[in-house]
Structure formats: structure tokens, C-alpha cells
Write a protein that binds this ligand. Structure first.
Ligand SMILES: [Ca+2]
Length: 196
């Protein structure tokens, strides 16, 4: 903060002085190096503050997800990569944990989390909380929100009887339609815990 204040003062001072005015107290070169030093201080202050802020956010996120859920991008997820279930079975499982199948705000962020958190996992498809209703082709998340066009993988959705949605770990964009009775891994989501 001190560095910012000093920088503002310096800039204000310089801004007021017309080019070539005789009231400049210091030679131009000296002012420039002073400014460079302040910029360096400022950059370092911003870096340190950002680091501290990120640490606080991470700690907070840990606290705000009830185990076995973990925080990612401000939401709480649980990845099941051990037991394959149908879409409905997976949803029942997630609801048993007090959540539902995952409805990530950012699908591709969740995919990146899978890659980073489980680098050795060879499972490719994970049920998420999106499906299509019987009549039309209105793909919706469990909340009722529409599935974004841009989140579908190449040439997806493509199946006549594929009414449920998986996140494909190795693809970008990551969503595929798939037959709901297929047994595969899945991702649950639970609301963030609001601290007392
Ligand atoms: Ca498909």
C-alpha cells in the first residue's frame, strides 16, 4: 500500500509538470529510476498480496466443502472412480451424500481438475447431472439450466437413445450423450457449506 501511495504521489506530481518546465526538482533520469524502483516495489507488493489472497481462498474452500467433497472453482465435488453405476444409480448415490450429480459452473474447469487431481486414472467417462427429457431434445442440468452448446464434444450429442450426459476426461469440450443404463464412473456435487 505504501508503494502504491508513493507511486500515485509521484505520478500526480509529474502529471502536473509541463514538459520542459523549470520547476522539476530532479533531473529526468533520476525521476525515471525512482519510478522504476517504485514500479518494482508495486509489482512485488501485488505479487505478495495475490499469493496471500489465494492461500486464504484455498483454506476457506477446504473448510467450505463437507468431506468427501473437495473444493474446485468455488464449488464442491466428489469424484467416484471406483464403482461403475448407471446414471440413475449414480444420482441416487450422490443424493445419499446430500448432493446430486455434478452441475459444474464451468465444465472444462471440472475436466481440468480431473486431469490434475487424478493423473493416473484411466477412466474416461464420468456421469454428470445433465440429461434430456423424453419428448424434445432439451438438454438440461439437474437445476433446470440448459446445457451450453459450447460444452459438447465434437459431433455431440449424437445418439438416438443416449439421453444422459458424461464428462469425457480426455476431450475438450468435454460433454457426451450416452445411454443412461451404461455403467460408468461419476461425479457428485454438494452445496458449499455456509460457515456460521
Ligand atoms: Ca454420444
Amino acid at each position: 500500500m505504501i508503494a502504491i501511495k508513493a507511486l500515485v504521489e509521484l505520478l500526480t506530481e509529474d502529471g502536473g509538470a509541463a514538459a520542459g518546465a523549470g520547476d522539476a526538482k530532479k533531473p529526468e533520469g533520476e525521476q525515471e529510476s525512482e519510478l522504476a524502483a517504485l514500479m518494482k516495489d508495486l509489482a512485488s507488493a501485488v505479487r505478495n498480496n495475490t499469493k496471500a489472497l489465494l492461500t486464504t481462498m484455498e483454506e476457506k474452500e477446504e473448510l467450505q466443502c463437507a468431506p468427501p467433497f473437495f473444493a474446485a472453482g468455488g464449488e464442491c465435488f466428489y469424484v467416484n472412480n471406483r464403482k461403475r453405476l448407471t446414471w440413475v444409480e449414480a444420482q441416487t448415490f450422490c443424493r445419499g451424500l446430500g448432493g446430486d450429480l455434478a452441475e459444474p459452473d464451468r465444465v472444462n474447469m471440472l475436466r481440468a481438475v480431473l486431469l490434475q487431481k487424478y493423473p493416473a486414472d484411466e477412466n474416461q467417462f464420468f456421469w454428470v447431472g445433465a440429461s434430456v427429457n423424453g419428448t424434445g431434445k432439451a438438454w438440461k442440468w439437474v437445476s433446470g439450466r440448459n446445457v451450453s452448446r459450447g460444452d459438447w464434444g465434437t459431433d455431440q450429442p449424437d445418439g438416438g437413445n443416449e439421453n444422459c450426459v458424461v464428462l469425457s476426461r480426455d476431450e475438450f469440450p468435454a460433454l457426451h450423450d450416452s445411454p443412461c443404463y451404461t455403467q460408468t464412473m461419476f461425479i457428485c456435487e454438494k452445496a458449499v457449506v455456509i460457515p456460521n
